[in-house]
Each structure stands twice: as C-alpha cells, then as structure tokens.
Write a protein that binds this ligand. Structure first.
Ligand SMILES: Nc1nc2c(c(=O)[nH]1)N[C@H]1C(S)=C(S)[C@@H](COP(=O)(O)O)O[C@H]1N2
Ligand SMILES: [Mo]
Length: 513
C-alpha cells in the first residue's frame, strides 16, 4: 500500500503539533540559558523590546508611546500567540518541504540572537540564548517530522503515529519542565531585591520640612497629595526591569567637561544628601489622566556633581543614559539652577523600587519625565541640543518638555451618580516649579467660581482643591481651570499629548438623582 503524504488532514494537525512542541522546547531552553547567563538576553523580552523601540516611529499613537505595565503584558501575550502560529505553520511546512520549517524556526532564533547582541548593555553571552532557542527548535522539528514520514514496511497509521505522538508529547513535556526551570533560575537571580531590602539609606543632611497638615484635604476619591510607591504610575520602555546591584553601579559624567567624574554607590552614599518633594508627570498623560504622582525623593543635587566636573560654557544639554539604553535630554539650566534636580536614591523613605529606577535615577522639578527622569541612570553626557538627540525626540516628541499648567477633577468621577443636595467637587492642579495660585470651577457654563486650595507642599508639587456644590437633579458638566503663580490661566485650547503634552480643560459629566 502507498501512503500519500499530502492528503491526510490528521497529518497536517500532527505536523502543526510538532512545530508547536519543537518551538516550545527551543524557547524554553533559550529562556533557561538566558536566566542563567544573562537575564537581559531572554529571547522573548529581547524581541518584545525591539518591537517597543521600533513601534513609536511608525505609530506615533500615544497609547503605543506609553508602554505602561498593562501594555507590556499584552505585548508579551501577543508575541506568544504570533510565535505559536508561526511554529504551527513551520511544522506544516516542514512536512511538505523537508528543511523549510526548520529554516523558519532557525531564522526566528537568529533574529533573537541579533537583537540581543545589538541591544545596549549586551553582555558577552548575549548571543547564546537565541542560538540555543533557534538551533534546538530547528533540529527538534526535523527529528519530529521525520517520525511522521512513513517508513517502508511499517503501518503508517499504527506504530509510526504512536511513536510520533510519544516523541511530540515528550518534547512538549521537556519544554514545560525547562520553562519552569527557567523561571526558578530567574527567581534565584533575584538577589538584587534582597540587596535592596537590606539597604539602609543615609539620613538626609538637608531634610525636607514635614508635609504641611493642610496639604491633604482627605476627600474620598481625591488622589492623596503624597503618592505611595505602590500606587505610583510607572512608564518606561523596559520589558525586563533592569536589575542593578548597587555594588556594580557607577555614574560617569563626561562630554563637554573639564574632567570626567565617576561616582560609585559608596561614594554617593557618603555625600551630603538632600530631600525634595517633587511631582513627576508623564508627557503622555491625557487631560484628566493619572500618569502623575508625587513623592519625597532623597538624593544628591545634580548641580554639585556638574560643578565638580566643570561644565564647558557652550554646553546647553545633559544627555542622561540608563543601563538599558534609554536616553533623556535635559536643558543644562534645569540641572544647574537653584531647583532641586536630584540624583535620587530614595523614594518616600525607601530605596527606589526596582521599577522606579533602583539604585539611582534622575528627578528634575518642572520637566516631563521623558526629558528628565532617567531611571537606572549610569551616564550624564554634557553636550548640546544641536549635537545629540534623546530616545523620544527621535520618535516625534519635542526636544524640550516643560510641564504645562494643568488641573484635574477627581471628585465626582465621570458618569458617577450622586444624590441631590450638598456635594463636593475636588481635584488636583499642577505646574511644577511655577506653582499654583488658584483653581476655578464652573458647572454647566455658569460663572467661574474659585475653589478652596489646599496648602501647597511647594511650587514643585501638585496641590489639591475643593469646592462645595449644591447639586440639583439632572445631568451636569463640571469644568476646572488653574491659574499659576505668574497669574496665567490654564488655556482652553486643546492639544493631544504629542509632541509636548496635553492641554485643555478637564470636563466631567455627572448625573444627580
Ligand atoms: N530608563 C528609563 N527611564 C525612564 C523612562 C524609560 O523608558 N526608561 N521613561 C521616562 C518617562 S517617559 C517617565 S514619565 C518617567 C516615569 O517614571 P516612573 O515610572 O518612576 O513614574 O520615567 C522616565 N525615565
Ligand atoms: Mo513619560
């Protein structure tokens, strides 16, 4: 009897299964190797990170430019699905044309290998996980599909099929075990968490005054004036949070300076540190959005460090670089004037959380994060705006990012149903380093009324506000606008976050019953 390879539907499914289990084994072993030799070279994260770096240049959509935590999980899941589909197709291909499917899987491994090697901060073994993943997947696929081809003298629907199934299931099982092994190995390299937990930060030589009691209005639904580390928004391009042992950390100040300065963790700890309350904001924050938070930072003034290096008179920018290659361009002035631009090590009384830049980051009052707040910072290059460009600047965002005058209604929430009678409208207003003088509120195009301002912690922080409201039944539109310390009123002109921050009045519709 003759067996026709191209006709059996069951064989197509078996070939797809072979593709899936071969890819699973390859990826799992690649991830396992990465976890042991170089966590940052995980084939999965490396491909995802490459997509993140590429994405904003062809899709200047803010949702893509954000890369908050949720987007990252979705991105990884998306890569897994695409990989699974490609792997299944590779299996089918391999059955049709021997070697073709193996080439597809091998090419994916080669892609991971190349992207891992060109990644900033790539270590000497960055190529290994991709090589292992591609090679194992390709060879396994060839072997498995080989078992699917009928062997002369054997019953193709009997012994052969059973053997194939056993091998495929076995491969998948080994892949799963390797995957679990990889995640255990990854857990074992978590020692940086332990180092952080054991750290004692020095006491500030210049502590910040206590937060004034009048700064917190304590209204349910209103954002607290000090944001806890756990609730602090997180935005970055890092798929894997860089894990930097303070013992291995150093900062190099170079470029247009009289002398290079290299600062180690121990040296930084020995310097007189200072505290500052600073509200950090993301340029991608929409009007009414929550990509903003306020913390008490502990750090060393960047101005002192720059004066130690001796900045050239014609420099006008500092390009800060993180351990994972992100860059920000900060006007030199904002780092050398009287404001509290800090090389920060502490956040709300703790070492920086890993995802907020452990062990050291920049915090600069008055500038959006993308041009100032470099986490995991390792280099400050003194340069000029006409000589260098930062990560987001090359992706359609403005080269400078002073924070715009903004305000937000937190209470009541959009669409909330409230009871008629005495109600309260409350929210936040900010323009860091300028300060807020007043907030005005109007309901249904009525007259603007001045809200009661909470005590501002400083001009570098946001401020809470509230206004009593006699709510009458019906639907109402509430709007707010802030006035800054220079007497300027927040503009009604709307603008999208790209290229230099959203603007316009926050408007909330509510129903009063
Ligand atoms: N290394 C690194 N630092 C970074 C970024 C990044 O992508 N990588 N994003 C910046 C942006 S856009 C913002 S808004 C702030 C956010 O800081 P947070 O995550 O601590 O709130 O970090 C800045 N620092
Ligand atoms: Mo941002």
């Amino acid at each position: 009897m003759t067996h026709v390879a191209g006709t059996s539907r069951g064989d197509v499914i078996r070939a797809a299964a072979a593709g899936l289990s071969a890819a699973l084994l390859g990826v799992a072993l690649g991830e396992l190797v990465a976890a042991v030799v170089e966590p940052g070279a995980s084939p999965f994260a490396v491909i995802g990170g490459g997509l993140i770096d590429l994405a904003p240049s062809w899709a200047k959509d803010t949702a893509i430019a954000l890369f908050g935590t949720g987007d990252k999980a979705a991105l990884l899941a998306g890569i897994a699905v695409v990989l699974a589909v490609v792997a299944a197709l590779a299996g089918i291909l391999e059955r049709r044309w021997s070697g073709a499917g193996a080439v597809v899987l091998g090419a994916l491994g080669a892609l991971a290998l190349v992207v891992a090697m060109i990644r900033p901060g790539a270590g000497p073994f960055a190529w290994l996980p991709g090589l292992v993943a591609g090679l194992v997947a390709a060879v396994t696929l060839r072997l498995l599909i080989g078992r699917l081809r009928p062997v002369a003298g054997l019953d193709p629907d009997g012994l052969d099929r059973r053997r194939f199934l056993l091998w495929t299931a076995g491969t998948a099982a080994v892949g799963l075990v390797a995957l679990i092994g990889g995640s255990i190995a990854r857990g074992a390299t978590r020692s940086v968490e332990a180092v952080r937990a054991a750290l004692r930060l020095p006491v500030a030589a210049r502590p910040a005054p206590a937060v004034p009691p009048g700064a917190e209005l304590d209204i349910p639904g209103l954002a607290p004036v000090v944001t806890s580390n756990a609730d602090f928004y997180r935005i970055d391009t890092a798929l894997i949070v860089p894990r930097i042992d303070p013992a291995d950390w150093s900062l190099r100040v170079h470029g247009m300076v009289e002398r290079e300065v290299v600062l180690t963790w121990d040296e930084l700890q020995a310097l007189p540190l200072q505290e500052a309350d600073v509200t950090l904001a993301c340029v991608s924050n929409e009007v009414g959005g929550d990509l903003i938070g306020n913390a008490r930072w502990l750090g060393y003034p960047v101005r002192e460090l720059l004066s130690r290096a001796g900045v050239a008179p014609d420099a006008d920018m500092v390009l800060s670089t993180s351990a994972d290659g992100f860059t920000a361009s900060t006007p030199l002035e904002a780092l050398t004037d009287e404001r509290d631009a800090l090389l920060a090590v502490g956040m709300n009384g703790e070492p920086l959380p890993l995802e907020h830049g452990f062990p050291v980051r920049l915090v600069v009052p008055g500038l959006y994060g993308y041009v100032s707040a470099t986490k995991w910072v390792t280099q400050l290059e003194v340069t000029r705006f006409d000589r260098a460009a930062a990560y987001w600047t090359t992706r359609g965002w403005s080269e400078r990012g002073p924070i715009k005058l903004q305000s937000r209604i937190d209470v009541p929430r959009r669409g909330q149903r409230i009871d008629a009678g005495d109600a309260v409208i409350a929210g936040m207003a900010w323009q860091q380093h300028t300060g807020i003088e007043a907030v005005e509120v109007r309901v249904d195009d009525g007259p603007w009324r001045r809200a009661e301002l909470a005590t501002a912690i400083s001009a570098d922080t946001w401020v809470q506000w509230r206004l009593p409201w006699a709510a009458e039944s019906g639907t109402h539109t509430i709007e707010c606008r802030a006035v800054n310390a220079e007497g300027e009123t927040q503009t009604a002109d709307t603008a999208a976050p790209v290229p230099d921050g959203a603007q316009g009045w926050h408007r909330v519709e509510v129903t009063v019953a």
